[in-house]
Design a protein around this ligand. Structure first.
Ligand SMILES: Nc1ncnc2c1ncn2[C@@H]1O[C@H](COP(=O)(O)OP(=O)(O)OP(=O)(O)O)[C@@H](O)[C@H]1O
Ligand SMILES: [Mg+2]
Length: 408
C-alpha cells in the first residue's frame, strides 16, 4: 500500500511517498519540501495559507507519481500539545470481604488505563496518543504485561499526549478540504525519534534532542517505552534571527553565516579571524569568529537549558547512560554537539535513519520527521483512519487490500 507522510513544520512542509509491503517493510519512493508561511513555532496560525501549502505539496507528489495513495499521515506539534502521566489503582474483585485473587484480563487493563486518564482530561483538549507505562499487581514487581497474572489490586500508569481541540480541528479541516478521509495525525517528536531509534536504543534507554527551525523536540525512551515527548518552542531560526539583528544584515545572509561559518563552541572560534558579512549595515570593524560564536552559542544554550531542565526533572540522566542523540537540521551547526556535551556533561551521538529502505538515496536530517512518521504509524498499527469508528474492521480492510495488492 502507498502511504504519504506530511510533516507540517514551522517553515517547511515536507512529504514522503512510501510503499509498505505485507511484512511492514517500508521503502521511501520520493521526498518533497516547500516553504510556507502558515505556522509559527510548530502551530498553524493561518489556515488559508496552510490549506494552500498542503494542496500544493500533495499536487506536486501526484504530478510526479501516478500511484494511488491509500493512506495519509500528518504531524502535529507546537505549544498547544500537552502531556501528563496518570496513575491509578483499581480493585480486581467487586464484592467486599471476598478473599479471592482474580486473574487479570484485557478488560481490567483497559479499565485501569481509562481510570488513570480520567482526572486529567478536559473539554478543550483531545487525546492524540495514550502510552501505557507500567502495571503493578499488589506488591509484586512492576510489569508491562499483567494479563493472566493474579492479584487483588491492579495499579497502572499511562503517558497521555493531548492537543488543543482547535489545533486538531485545523488539521482535520485541511484534510477534509482535500477530500482525504484515510488519515492519522501523529505528534511530531514521536515521528522524529522513530526515524533514528531502533528497538535496542528504546530498550536500553535513549534521550533524543532534535533541533528544527522554530521548535526543538525532546524524546526519552527507557525499557522499550516512551517516557517523555516534548516540544520546546525555540529552534535554529532563533539563532538566525539574533545574527540578523546583531550583524545588521538580512535573513538569507544571517542564515548562511550560521550554516557555513559559525560555531556554537566558543573555544573553537578564532578571536582574530574576521567574518565577511554581505549586505551588512555594520560601519566599522568586521565581526570576528568569536563574536559570531558568542551570539550563536548564547541562543543555543537557551534551547539546551530547557531540554536539560526537563531531562533532570524526570531524573532520566541517572538511569540512562547512553550518549544523548542529537539530530534535526539545526544540530548540524558546528560545535552544537560539543556545547551540549559540555553543558550536560555527557557524550553525544548523531542520529541516523534506521529500519527504513531508502533505496540508496541519502535522507538528510530535514526529512527525518516525515520519514519517521511513516515508520511510527506502521510499527504502532496506526494505519487506521481516525474517522472510522470501527477501527478494527478498517484496519483489516487495509491489511486485506495490501495482501491482494501484493498477490496481483
Ligand atoms: N548546516 C546547518 N547548520 C545549522 N542550522 C541548519 C543547518 N542546516 C539547516 N539548518 C537549520 O535548520 C532549520 C530547519 O529545520 P526544519 O527543517 O526542521 O524546519 P521545520 O520543520 O520547518 O521547523 P520545525 O521542525 O521547528 O517545526 C532552519 O532554521 C535551518 O537554518
Ligand atoms: Mg522540523
Amino acid at each position: 500500500m502507498y502511504i504519504l507522510g506530511i510533516d507540517f513544520g514551522s517553515r517547511y512542509i515536507k512529504a514522503a511517498l512510501s510503499i509498505v509491503d505485507q511484512d511492514n517493510k517500508i521503502t521511501i519512493i520520493d521526498t518533497f519540501s516547500e516553504t510556507h508561511k502558515a505556522s509559527r513555532k510548530g502551530t498553524i496560525t493561518d489556515l488559508v495559507r496552510a490549506k494552500e501549502a498542503f494542496k500544493s505539496i500533495v499536487e506536486k507528489v501526484k504530478m510526479k507519481h501516478e500511484e494511488e495513495i491509500d493512506f495519509y499521515l500528518i504531524t502535529i506539534s507546537g505549544e498547544g500539545i500537552s502531556t501528563f502521566t496518570g496513575t491509578t489503582k483499581i480493585p480486581l474483585w467487586k464484592q467486599e470481604n471476598e478473599e479471592r485473587r482474580i486473574k487479570i484480563t484485557k478488560a481490567h487493563v483497559n479499565e485501569v488505563i481509562k481510570t488513570a486518564k480520567l482526572s486529567y482530561m478536559t473539554d478543550n483538549k483531545v487525546e492524540l496518543h495514550s502510552i501505557p507505562q507500567e502495571y503493578t499487581i499488589d506488591d509484586q514487581q512492576p510489569t508491562q504485561n499483567p494479563i493472566d497474572m493474579s492479584g487483588v489490586k491492579l495499579k497502572g500508569s499511562v503517558y497521555v499526549i493531548q492537543a488543543e481541540k482547535t489545533q486538531k480541528e485545523n488539521l482535520v479541516n485541511i484534510l477534509s478540504d482535500c477530500g482525504i478521509e484515510n488519515y492519522r495525525i501523529i505528534y511530531s517528536p514521536l515521528a522524529t525519534s522513530e526515524a533514528v531509534l531502533d528497538e535496542d536504543d528504546k530498550e536500553t534507554g535513549m534521550i533524543m534532542l532534535s533541533v528544527g527551525d522554530q521548535t526543538t523536540e525532546l524524546v526519552i525512551y527507557h525499557g522499550g517505552i516512551l517516557r517523555m515527548a516534548k516540544v520546546i518552542p525555540f529552534g535554529s531560526y532563533n539563532i538566525t534571527k539574533d545574527l540578523k539583528i546583531l550583524l545588521k544584515t538580512d535573513y538569507k545572509t544571517a542564515n548562511e553565516i550560521k550554516k557555513e561559518k559559525a560555531t556554537a563552541f566558543i573555544e573553537d572560534a578564532d578571536p582574530e579571524k574576521e567574518i565577511e558579512v554581505e549586505n551588512s549595515g555594520i560601519q566599522n570593524k568586521l565581526p570576528t569568529e568569536e563574536y559570531v560564536s558568542k551570539i550563536v552559542s548564547a541562543r543555543l544554550k537557551e534551547v539546551y537549558d530547557f531540554a536539560i531542565h526537563e531531562i533532570y526533572k524526570g531524573s532520566y540522566q541517572r538511569i540512562i547512560h547512553s550518549p544523548v542523540m542529537l539530530t534535526g537540521p539545526g544540530s548540524r551547526l558546528k560545535g552544537a554537539d560539543k556545547l551540549f556535551s559540555q553543558m550536560n556533561n555527557s557524550k553525544t551521538v548523531n542520529g541516523k535513519i534506521c529500519g527504513i529502505n531508502t533505496k540508496d538515496k541519502e535522507i538528510h536530517e530535514e526529512m527525518f520527521t516525515v520519514v519517521g512518521l511513516i515508520k511510527y504509524a506502521v510499527n504502532n498499527d496506526l494505519i487506521v483512519s481516525e474517522h472510522d469508528e470501527n477501527e478494527e474492521s478498517k484496519g483489516m480492510l487495509f491489511k486485506m487490500k495490501r495482501f491482494f495488492a501484493d498477490i496481483f
